[in-house]
Design a protein around this ligand. Sequence first.
Ligand code: UDP
Length: 487
Amino acid sequence: MVETKATKRNGHIVMSPFMAHGHLIPFLELARQIHERTSFTITIAITPLNIQYLKSAISSNNDIQLAELPFNSSQHGLPPNIENTEKLPLPDFIKLFHASVSLEAPLRSLVSKITQEEGHPPLCIISDVFHGWVTNVAESFGTGNISFTTCGAYGTLAYISMWSNLPHRKTDTEEFWVPGFPKNYTFQRSQLHKHIRSADGSDAWSRFFIPQIALSMKSKGWICNTVEEIEPLGIQLLRNYLQLPVWTVGPLQPPASLKSSKNRAGKESGISVEACIEWLHLKDQSSVLYISFGSQNTISASQMMALAEGLEESGKSFIWVIRPPFGFDMNAEFLAEWLPKGFEERMEDNKRGILVHKWGPQLEILSHSSTGAFLSHCGWNSVLESLSQGVPIIGWPLAAEQAYNAKMLVEEMGVSVELTRFVETDISKEEVKKVIGVVMDQKEGRGKEMKEKANEIAVLLATTENGQENDSSVRSMDGFVRTILSS
Ligand code: UDP
């Protein structure tokens, strides 16, 4: 515990997360940990429907305050009552990003009210990196903004530098250098999601990300959901690039109380945890492939077909969290025609695999000893959850900074093979079968090496049931608290 209780018993921190589950969960956990270590009041300020979600995810006797910021999605060209990337078609995400800037006025009112009531401004405002506008709000109240990146350091650096510099626009080559990375280090055009690949500084994506990232880079420091020891290169490069303090306080995973997949995301799982565990109990150690593309992504129809065929031919057992393919409503009924004829029944009948529709109990699956590998979109929460259990990853990035995470998992950590990228590529069942074989044959060769490295990282990420206990993350959190108390 940092020695703050006596001196700043009434310290208050306001948090401003971006409206997506993958951001809310780490914010909630950050809030919980700061409160536990300092007794500061923490207020998470977000829109009404997200407040409802947070209320459903946390117990009623918790100490985190929730403040509603009024928001009307229809005024921003969004469908009515949409306040989160969940249920939003992917092409409409950009509208939600732009709409998030409208939260500035209600956040100002909230901070003004707190300042009047308490006689001084909050100690700081912790805002999502996408909410760069908070830097201006904090400054006008004489307090500091701290940016929080829910991603890892390497992925964050690649993401913010790509948007700030658009390095791929300055060359015709497939490979190019990204400012912030060593000079001999290259990224590939195919690692760019189509929005940034075609960005020219004036399109809707550039108009949001370039200024918001620039403002976040003017904040007093950054908090990063990672652990110093697992990605030393990324952290060192991010610090050099930002020229700001970067506190690494990860892994911010949901506390035990939120681990039941039902209340954790306010979502009903497509299978009960018990049925899933019972099925996994039937399987040998490390023999099952878990497949999921996160909370808001899916693959194309032709890719889905090839994945199913390759999976069947690989002979491996699997649990696949499946949603309608790209271009269809992700929340609609799943049609049998999207898979090879009779696939689901065949897999079920011979106990080879289960298809879990829409949402699965990911943490429970990854922590079962029968799970041998994770075919993942490489969202940062999924990466941390997998590596915390020593489970190697088959990468298939689909959006955001995921392709940069996938690169780090392969090149820096040695815990992954990348199968393909994004929804536009063609994959064959042969490639699927081959990659699954390489990663899941863990008795020798590359599969064995990846498993060993994943186990080493699991040790570095180990947390207690009550939260983070990594020495470096605890020190970093204390450093953050000291900084906001002294400024
Ligand atoms: N998740 C889950 N069940 C699913 C899909 C996702 O529990 O079927 C959880 C997963 O454990 C992770 C989060 O949702 O905590 C997804 O976050 P991530 O950063 O991996 O990806 P995103 O959804 O933000 O793209």
